[in-house]
Design a protein around this ligand. Structure first.
Ligand SMILES: [Zn+2]
Length: 681
């Protein structure tokens, strides 16, 4: 069986790409079983090595263990995200507890940890080079943080908690998905007043997909909801849709996430306290750039007051438009986007449709490649001959400035059924130099609407930013130049990892880029200068609102995880936090607790939602390095950016990495300027 399983044999395609055509769903489980057994055997060999521990026979060996597992997982998790089927979802459900147990067994392997601890305790006497000292420290701490030093009943309890949390987090995610799938708002033609043609077309498609008796439908996907709330002039329908949207995960019955959240918060707190931390937030923040809960809260506090002020002013402007139109009501959370869109059109004469005509997908991909070439000297070549996992996927070979092969880049841009919503970057293989010069295979996945054959694919300005954002993550993976796989590319703390992506967004709307790449899809004419100017000014419209809805979610995430006790009633706790920060009535949290998947469908962003704002403070400050030089492609600044940020993985403390790039510590004032909050305060 194994000799025929394409996931387990050596991959002979160019660049060692996976043989996608040969891989079938039935190959995954046996491949996983074999890969897990092999990883167990490798770990047993390291732990049971009769020779005394050395860096090579323990840390290097750990870094090299599990390669088959990584290879199988690289294919499985990518494809279950882009081309999911019930068959693959069932494998995911089966695998989740198996993998949780597998990795817990490694963390709690006493003989293995004894070797790591012996090296760590003796680290001053070892002659460690370059990244080795940091790797030893990170490895030791990661074992400690996953329970390696616990004893007796605490040890057993820790393992029990890990497995219970994995299953609760998966149920949380499935409940949100169920509430989203089960709801649909069927509509007739006259319910759609105000919606642009392409939004109507999507609503008609949604009704057909679901066999509704009504000709149109709106679902609870974020883009579907936000478009209806922005354009739909039927206030009663906006309210109905909005209420359904913010109630996801909060319906009594089988999909109720409230008891699940209470249990998750309780178990996370217990886990942190078993490890000697006061709260989960203390535990979570320790290895981040912020370092302490207080540092993260300080940033939120700095932004919150000016954001609230700006939002209050925006609210008054919106109310004036509503009053002018004869509305005799105070605008509510379900009205905000609708009147904000009117304001955008009225004050800046910005029509999203007119803008989109200048943003062709093909040209915007070229623009992203062009920026990577100007900054880092990279060359992208289309390679239609290389294997891809879906006919819509494009393959590029990426070469460095000296012609050396750097990476393979896959672009998977169109929405299709079976693809998870949203946009992301991921690896099929990450970069490393240990055991051979291994170059990465990186993918960007988007959900842009697929055009009809012969038509150009047009993007909204938001889509363009998404494209640049994910390409920034891709560059972080492709430029990676480190020895050890566990420190490679995007394997950095969460409050640093959004820096390379958010920083790259800054180039998308620079005048030089727009003039070159934003050309009309029919006439080929470049975007008019006055449209650029209006568009750039209008970008700060509604920033008060956007910042308030984000910060509210960040505060709630943070304060729920920073309590030394935990609330039996999470919705009451959410209300209390919002009252304490004086949340404006007419704005809702970006993600309410019962469907806050970032923090409850897994724990990567738990007590970590602030990370986006932290990274944004860095990217705002970081881009000013280029502005100050007078050249947005300044080669000296770009070289430092490459060396200390994009190529550096996690080989340095991120605070040091940033200082080396910027020449000083980050100053957070640039963030307020970027968000247009500095002057209104
Ligand atoms: Zn990102």
């Amino acid at each position: 069986m194994n000799s025929q399983n394409p996931l387990l044999v050596e991959w002979s395609a160019p660049f060692g790409l996976p043989p996608f055509e040969a891989i079938k769903p039935e190959h995954y489980r046996p491949a996983y079983d074999a890969a897990l057994r092999q990883h167990e055997a490798e770990i047993a060999e390291i732990a049971g090595n009769p020779s005394p521990p050395t860096f090579e026979n323990t840390i290097d060996a750990l870094e090299l263990a599990g390669q088959v597992l990584n290879r199988v997982g690289g294919v499985f998790w990518n494809l279950s995200g882009t081309d999911s089927t019930e068959e693959l979802r069932e494998i995911e459900r089966d695998l989740s507890p198996v993998l949780a147990r597998h990795f817990a067994a490694i963390s709690l392997n006493e003989r293995l940890f004894a070797r790591i601890a012996a090296l760590y305790d003796n680290r001053r006497n070892l002659t460690l080079r370059g990244e080795q000292e940091r790797l030893l420290e990170l490895t030791y701490k990661s074992f400690v943080r996953t329970g390696a030093r616990l004893e007796g009943t605490n040890r057993a309890r820790f393992a029990e908690i890990a497995e219970r949390l994995a299953s609760l987090e998966m149920r949380f995610a499935q409940n949100v998905l169920a509430d989203e799938t089960n709801y649909v708002l069927g509509l007739n033609e006259d319910d759609l007043t105000g919606l642009p043609g392409d939004v109507k077309a999507a609503a008609s498609q949604a009704a057909r997909d679901r066999d509704l008796s009504e000709p149109f439908a709106v679902t609870l996907s974020r883009s579907s909801v936000e478009l209806f709330l922005s354009y739909g002039s039927r206030r009663d329908l906006r309210e109905e849709l909005f209420n359904a949207w913010i109630a996801r995960g909060e319906h009594p019955g089988a999909t109720d996430n409230r008891p699940i959240i209470s249990e998750i918060l309780g178990l996370r707190r217990e886990r942190a306290q078993l490890l000697g931390y006061r709260t989960f937030a203390d535990y979570k923040l320790e290895p981040t750039m912020a370092g302490t809960p207080q540092a993260a809260l300080d940033l939120l506090d700095q932004v919150w007051a000016p954001a609230r002020l700006k939002a209050a002013k925006e609210g008054q402007d919106l109310q004036r438009i509503a009053d002018f139109e004869g509305a005799n009501f105070k605008i509510g959370a379900h009205d905000w986007r609708y009147y904000a869109e009117k304001l955008r059109v009225r004050e800046y004469d910005i029509d999203q449709g007119v803008l989109s005509a200048y943003f062709q997908l093909e040209k915007m991909i070229d623009a992203a490649f062009y920026c990577a070439e100007r900054l880092f000297g990279l060359q992208f070549t289309t390679r239609p001959d290389l294997p891809v996992y879906h006919p819509e996927v494009r393959a590029f070979e990426v070469r460095d400035r000296d012609g050396r092969h750097l990476a393979i880049f896959y672009g998977d841009y169109y929405a299709r059924s079976g693809k998870r919503s949203g946009a992301w970057m991921s690896n099929f293989r990450s970069q490393r130099k240990l055991g051979g010069d291994i170059r990465p295979i990186v993918v960007n996945v988007m959900n842009f609407p697929k055009p009809r054959p012969g038509d150009a694919a047009l993007l909204s300005p938001m889509d363009v930013l998404t494209l640049f954002h994910e390409f920034g993550h891709a560059l972080h993976g492709m430029l990676s130049d480190v020895v050890y796989p566990s420190m490679s590319g995007t394997a950095t703390p969460t409050d640093f990892v959004e820096l390379p992506s958010q920083l790259f967004e800054h180039w998308a709307f620079e005048a030089e880029i727009l003039r070159k790449f934003a050309v009309h899809h029919e006439t080929g004419a470049p975007i008019p200068q006055d449209l650029i100017e209006r568009f750039v000014t209008a970008r700060n419209v509604n920033q008060g609102f956007a910042t308030v809805e984000f910060c509210a979610s960040a505060y709630v995430d943070f304060l729920l995880h920073a309590r030394p006790d935990w609330p039996p009633d999470v919705v009451a706790a959410e209300k209390e936090i919002l009252a304490n920060i004086r949340m404006p009535q007419e704005i809702a949290m970006r993600h309410r607790t019962p469907h806050f998947s970032h923090i409850f469908a897994g724990d990567q962003y738990a007590a970590g939602y602030y990370s986006y704002l932290w990274s944004e403070a860095l990217d705002a400050d970081g881009f000013t390095a280029f502005e100050e030089s007078g050249d947005i492609f300044d080669p000296v600044v770009a070289e430092r950016l490459r060396t200390y940020v994009y190529a550096a993985g996690n080989q340095r403390d991120p605070n040091d990495a940033y200082r080396l790039f910027r020449g000083r510590k980050p100053e957070f004032t640039a963030l307020l300027r970027k968000k247009g909050l500095a002057s209104s305060a």
